[in-house]
Design a protein around this ligand. Structure first.
Ligand code: TTP
Ligand code: MG
Length: 363
């Protein structure tokens, strides 16, 4: 099953201050250029009924809510992370396998505890919904299906506060009339392309020749669309062991306090760390250096950035600065040096509101 919290950031704001609950609530990422520049991160369903949407410029949302008393608030990511942590602690107790996929979303494999029975899964989903409401005062939407793809599409079917259960033999019936963009992976551009091919619904896509899809979208995507349209998906729910930090250390040929020499040696470490975080789709917010002296004493220095990033450039620049500071301040000589990144977060949570939405709006 997929559990997705409703209008999450805005619902968190309502939880903190229930007096705003019956008004349109719009949570904004202010870019700071002018008082109103920036985009809507999310909005409660009252605001959505006036046409306010995620990714919309703030001035446009204000225009839509011109004659109503609406609440505009800046994003408070730390608070949403805290609430997300509480939500996930509750939800994961109901899973055989648990995979958080965003700040407000998680997949649960419940096959074992339900003996593969959809009725039992439905009851479990109801219990999760009740627990979240009772313990945290929050609503969510849940989709249940034979695989992750169907569960995800089902969760989007009855929002907010909905539960949709799609059993194996109902998948085709459920999928075929849906607009094709409801499939995970079909964005605006792909939708336009599909429309131009006469593919409007998931059923149309399912009937489309696989070869033609591969020619148009490339082999990987073509096969994916072909399978997805039939509700076929074999991705397992993957338990993630939360990594807290990553580090790499190298031994120097001779003791040194020269920043350029240090950078030469640590460049490779940064590249390795960068490859690891790209692979695991995480960003770092804290970057540090480790310096081990020839008496084996360990020293470290770190700094925390304003926003999480996965930039190799940022990593290297900060490492250079930190080494420079460390050796200017201490006058010591290093025998081994290392780089450490911590405060890691999954990319979707950390970067979506800050980059891709703004980008999408300035396209
Ligand atoms: P979603 O689960 O996509 O959206 P939602 O929870 O606000 O609404 P829904 O009821 O449809 O589930 O995203 C979770 C949070 O991620 C959302 O509350 C705010 C943030 N977000 C953005 O900042 N910008 C966006 O464009 C989207 C879609 C989400
Ligand atoms: Mg949500």
């Amino acid at each position: 099953m997929l559990v997705d919290l409703d209008y999450f950031f805005a619902q968190c704001e309502e939880k903190r201050n229930s007096s705003i609950k019956d008004k349109p609530v719009v949570v904004c990422v202010y870019s700071g250029r002018t008082e109103e520049s920036g985009v809507v991160s999310t909005a409660n369903y009252i605001a959505r009924s006036y046409g306010v949407k995620s990714g919309m410029p703030i001035y446009q949302a204000k225009k839509k809510l011109e004659n109503v008393e609406a609440i505009f608030l800046p994003v408070d990511h730390d608070y949403y992370e805290e609430v997300s942590g509480e939500v996930m602690r509750v939800v994961r107790q109901f899973a055989d396998l648990f995979e958080q996929v965003g700040i407000d979303e998680a997949f649960l494999d419940v096959t074992v505890r339900t003996n593969g029975r959809f009725q039992a899964a439905r009851e479990l989903a109801e219990r999760i919904r009740n627990e979240l409401r009772a313990q945290l005062g929050l609503t969510c939407s849940i989709g249940v299906g034979p695989n992750k793809l169907v569960a995800k599409v089902a969760a989007d079917q009855n929002k907010p506060d909905g539960l949709t259960v799609i059993e194996d033999e109902k998948v085709e019936h459920f999928f075929s009339p849906l607009n094709v963009e409801r499939l995970v992976g079909v964005g605006t551009k792909t939708r336009e392309k599909m429309h131009s091919m006469g593919i409007m619904t998931v059923g149309d896509l399912a009937r489309c020749d696989a070869q033609k899809l591969m020619e148009t979208f490339g082999k990987t995507l073509g096969i994916y669309f072909h399978n997805a349209a039939q509700g076929v998906d074999n991705e397992p729910v993957k338990e993630r062991t939360e990594i807290e930090s990553l580090s790499r250390i190298v031994t120097l040929k001779q003791d040194s306090r020269d920043t350029d020499f240090m950078m030469e040696k640590t460049e490779q470490l940064c590249t390795e760390l960068h490859a690891a975080i790209v692979d695991q789709k995480v960003s770092f917010k804290t970057i540090g250096i480790i310096v081990i002296l020839n008496d084996m004493s360990i020293h470290s220095k770190s700094r925390t950035l304003e926003n999480p990033t996965n930039s190799l450039q940022t990593m290297k620049e900060n490492v250079r600065d930190l080494f420079k500071q460390f050796f200017d301040e201490t006058g010591l000589e290093a025998r081994r040096v290392g780089v450490k990144i911590s405060n890691l977060s999954h990319e979707r949570e950390s970067q979506k509101p800050l980059t891709s939405f703004i980008q999408r709006n300035t396209d």
